[in-house]
Design a protein around this ligand. Structure first.
Ligand code: C2E
Ligand code: MG
Ligand code: MG
Ligand code: MG
Length: 276
């Protein structure tokens, strides 16, 4: 009897694994098709100076328009795009599109927002990455000072792949580098000090509990102070309330991003809100 049970649960696991794999492969097939059919959309979320409330930049966040009525979250397809390598093509489109958008706003409204673009490890490892970035900057005539790349902290943990040398060259072009989701990894102070970066983004996980949880407060304060010690700018992500904003401001945090200031939105909606 016991044997029967374990066999059928093995069977169940097996089927589930197969189903997950099928879904993933299906996602990858659809993604390839979608890139060709131009089914990706960029949303833009404001980044704000906490002290003045001024919007100085935006972060580009990709969505997948899978069907006319369905907008898929990047959390659901970026991992598949990374595994399959599609992220290299997708990422180039995202970078070019967001630089074009930055220039459209600059020309139309005379406002040079800083454009922050997420970049995956898989993209940084691509041998053509730096050449691609150089080409996009040249083609779109964006001032590299108005461009920033966001890489996740976990990605920078060990530098066996020489990623910090790549980031150094990104900075040599005049482009900014931010460490995204900071606080969730295990970067030491000495490791951080060696990284060629300009900004830390405190992970949303620590902002959520800012006014309830003493530990989150300590971590946020630590990141802010550590960042400033290393002459880095610090931005908090996932700011949803005025209380969180006030607390961050009191702790000396430079900038913020989150629903309190504005949700990610299509370019025309952002333009209406900011310039309209
Ligand atoms: P991320 O770069 O850390 O982006 C922040 C995420 O938090 C976004 O989710 C944003 O919509 C969400 N968010 C912003 N403010 C708030 C808030 O106040 N409250 C809450 N609850 N959430 C907030 P999104 O757009 O679903 O993106 C998820 C992740 O997908 C991003 O995390 C990033 O890692 C990845 N991603 C998004 N776009 C791209 C892209 O163009 N390229 C790559 N490689 N990854 C991307
Ligand atoms: Mg980001
Ligand atoms: Mg983040
Ligand atoms: Mg995050």
């Amino acid at each position: 009897q016991a044997k029967q049970v374990s066999r059928s649960s093995f069977q169940f696991f097996d089927n589930r694994f197969e189903r997950e794999l099928q879904t993933r492969l299906q996602t990858i097939r659809e993604l390839r098709y979608s890139v060709e059919r131009k089914c990706l959309r960029l949303y833009y979320q404001p980044q704000v100076r906490l002290a003045s409330g001024e919007v100085f930049g935006v972060e580009a966040l990709v969505r997948w328009q899978r069907t006319p009525g369905e907008l898929v979250s990047p959390l659901l397809f970026i991992p598949a795009a990374e595994d399959s390598g599609h992220i290299v093509t997708i990422g180039e489109w995202i970078l070019r599109q967001s630089c074009i958008q930055q220039q459209v706003w600059a020309k139309r409204y005379g406002r040079d927002l800083r454009m922050a673009v997420n970049v995956s490890m898989r993209q940084l490892k691509d041998p053509d990455f730096l050449g691609m970035v150089r080409e996009v900057v040249a083609q779109t005539s964006i001032n590299p000072q108005h461009l920033e790349l966001e890489v996740t902290e976990s990605l920078m943990m060990e530098d066996t792949l020489g990623l910090s040398a790549i980031l150094q060259q990104v900075r040599d072009m005049g482009i900014g580098v931010a460490i995204d989701d900071f606080g969730t990894g295990y970067s030491s102070l000495s490791h951080l000090q060696r990284l060629p970066i300009d900004r830390l983004k405190i992970d949303r996980a620590f902002i959520t509990g800012l006014n309830q949880n003493a530990e989150d407060q300590v971590i946020a304060a630590l990141v802010i102070n550590m960042g400033h010690l290393l002459h880095l700018q610090v931005i908090a992500e996932g700011v949803e309330t005025a209380e969180q904003r006030d607390r961050l401001l009191a702790m000396g945090c430079d900038d913020g991003q989150g629903y309190f200031f504005g949700k990610p939105m299509p370019a025309d909606e952002l333009a209406r809100q900011l310039f309209g």
